[in-house]
Design a protein. Structure first.
Length: 143
């Protein structure tokens, strides 16, 4: 019995894998397979953007709230850096999108940092003041 994409996603994935393994390519649900493959790529991109946003939030908080710097904030920054580097190692073609990802993530980070700190978003630099290399450098903490 054929599993339907919308009613039994897991069953559908297993059926599609079996069809690929057995070489029955003409029976594949190509339209939904294409959408799922694109979605998998987008999820990798979205994860990287999200990690950059979290990193930027904490770098902004580090810079604009020096009295609240502490071990927890420092470790969050280091953790996000590690996860960003790992994501790029697993999906190196995402490096081609770093400028756009950084721009989007930084813009969102300004709003989140303003909300979390109570500071006016106007005080934060409009454009990201750090290069990607600085952003992921474990020795770099903005002053």
């Amino acid at each position: 019995m054929a599993a339907h994409y919308h009613n039994d996603f897991y069953g559908w994935t297993q059926e599609q894998a079996d069809l690929l393994r057995s070489g029955h390519l003409n029976q594949l649900d190509t339209q939904n397979l294409l959408e799922e493959i694109e979605g998998m790529g987008n999820s990798q991109r979205n994860e990287l953007e999200s990690r950059l946003e979290v990193l930027f939030i904490h770098l902004l908080k580090w810079l604009f709230q020096p009295s609240l710097r502490g071990r927890s904030k420092r470790l969050t920054i280091v953790e996000q850096r590690r996860k960003i580097v790992r994501r790029l190692a697993k999906s190196p073609s995402l490096q081609n999108e770093l400028n756009a990802l950084m721009t989007d993530a930084y813009g969102d980070a300004i709003l989140s940092a303003a909300r979390e700190t109570g500071l006016n978003e106007e005080i934060f630099p409009k454009q990201c003041p750090w290069s990607f290399e600085q952003t992921i450098n474990n020795e770099f903490f903005p002053e």
